[in-house]
Design a protein around this ligand. Structure first.
Ligand code: AMP
Ligand code: MG
Length: 375
């Protein structure tokens, strides 16, 4: 039996406000494909660093170390650029500054191409998920972050005021910039890591590198399979904090993201409050759950993993049905949701670990359903 090297499930949560991590990468151990290609002789290179507040890692197959180093450095630079634009932890980041300036002046503020694309995608996924994903949860997220620190519910009046700033009506993109109502604060922590991963793969492609895996805190973008293999074998998150993956899948050319409250939550009077907020109520989720989504790109997987946690077992199937039937313009790209796969698992009532199959409710689409519960 081949040895499986596990890149541990990573716990996110600093610069971009990223949440609990799930999917993680293992060394490829899929079957040999045997189709000859010049890239079969390319070597595997790995790089790791902390970027955007989370551990990040690049695995790639490249012709030589010069190309690999140059490509990795370009990815790190790209991550730094995106962090400077999109972090809500940095009061001088572009995203924080534009809300402040537009809120005060009541006028649109010019924005970079990166911020525009991130906000366009944020709006798209807010519409597509019926508001389950909403990047204007910033003020509510901040209050609950403070609550985790002080171990108390946010003061009701302040929370009510923050809830009023959430929603699509409080902001719009204009030709040159963005206009936000007073009090609106973006938090793209639920989508920006996916966006950064997609950008990383594009960056690698400019160096001729197609076979790559980029990992940001456990969310992944997979390029073409390693030479001679069927795909990258990845571990899918379980419900236990920093635990072993629940199971493995072998995938290529997709984004994979996980959301859930295995690692970041507040417990008050026996109620477990997640770092994921239901934007429709302004309240954190209180059921222990983890969702992993596979989509054509990591931006979609990231946003949808957060949304699926909010929508839960009842509403998620309806969302997936809806996504299957939308056109390319609404989706943002042709075929974006064709290969969509989802697994959501949630602890039944007050079940305690170990979370065996009987203690959890599962919703899984084919793909995940095929391997569940062989963990
Ligand atoms: P993720 O780990 O991708 O689910 O992202 C979680 C982060 O996204 C949180 O730490 C918040 O900063 C933000 N967030 C929480 N709830 C939502 C939501 N319903 N929609 C969009 N972003 C959210
Ligand atoms: Mg997300």
């Amino acid at each position: 039996m081949k040895r499986r090297t596990f890149i541990s499930a990573l716990c996110g949560g600093v610069a971009l406000g990223f949440g609990t991590k799930g999917a993680s990468a293992t060394t490829p151990e899929s079957t040999e494909k045997g189709n000859a290609s010049e890239t079969l002789n390319w070597r595997r290179f790995e790089f790791a660093d902390k970027k955007m507040g989370v551990p990040t890692r690049i695995v790639m197959h490249a012709p030589n170390s010069e190309t690999a180093n140059a490509a990795a450095n370009a990815v790190w630079k790209r991550f730094d650029e995106l962090n400077a634009a999109l972090s809500d932890y940095d009061s001088e980041s572009e995203i924080v500054r534009v809300c402040r300036e537009s809120g005060e002046s009541g006028a649109p503020v010019a924005i970079s191409g990166d911020l525009r694309r991130t906000l366009e995608e944020s709006r798209r996924f807010c519409v597509l998920t019926g508001g389950a994903f909403d990047a204007t949860v910033g003020p509510v997220v901040k209050l609950w972050r403070r609550s985790r620190y002080f171990n108390e519910r946010p003061p009701e009046k302040i929370l009510e005021a923050a809830k009023k700033t959430v929603g699509l009506d409080g902001w719009k993109l204009t030709e040159t910039g963005v206009e936000t109502a007073p009090g609106v604060r973006f938090d793209v922590g639920g989508i920006a890591k996916g966006f950064a991963l997609d950008e990383a793969l594009e960056t690698l492609r400019t160096f001729g590198i197609e076979s790559a895996l980029v990992d940001a805190g456990g969310d992944l973008r997979l390029g073409a399979a390693p030479p001679g293999k069927d795909g990258w074998t990845i571990g899918v998150a379980g419900l236990v904090k920093d635990g072993e993956p629940a199971f493995y899948r072998t995938l290529a050319n997709v984004g994979v993201a996980s959301s859930g409250d295995a690692n970041r939550f507040l417990e008050l009077d026996g109620v477990r409050y997640s770092h994921i907020i239901d934007p429709r109520t302004g309240e954190p989720l209180t059921r222990r759950c983890v969702a992993t989504v596979v989509a054509a790109d990591a931006t979609a997987a990231d946003a949808l993993a957060s949304a699926v946690c909010v929508l839960g077992l009842d509403e998620t199937p309806k969302l997936l049905e809806r996504l299957k039937n939308i056109d390319a313009e609404e989706a943002g790209a042709p075929g974006r949701f064709e290969s969509l796969e989802t697994i959501l698992y949630r602890v039944k009532n007050d079940a305690e670990p170990p979370f065996t199959a009987e203690k959890i409710d599962v919703f899984a689409t084919p793909g995940f359903a095929d391997v569940w519960p062989t963990r």
